[in-house]
Write a protein that binds this ligand. Sequence first.
Ligand code: FES
Length: 117
Amino acid sequence: MPKLVVIEVSGERWEIEAQAGLSVMEALAEVGIATFGECGGSLACGTCHVVIEPDWFERLPPPSEAEEDMLDAVFNLTATSRLCCQITVTEACDGLTVRFPDADAAPCTAAATALAG
Ligand code: FES
């Protein structure tokens, strides 16, 4: 099962197992990180914004035009920003590293709570 690395705003890192076929957002929700993704993955909210570590960004399939349009509306957009509801976990994603942007600090706190417990 591929492992994803999640980095909080504080810099703390968590490693989670992710089932192939789920979106990254769904994989995070499976381990209790479910305080974002308000539209359920229908590209209508942008609250699932994550920053992909640069060495991984180019290895992912590119965002669709609809994802790029929604990304234009998120806070703290970076050159490697993605919406994690649009990234499908595959075996090739083992080691994929995602970081929460500063504006989304609340989900990161939820991650720490869920994973520490
Ligand atoms: S969950 Fe709403 S755009 Fe990803």
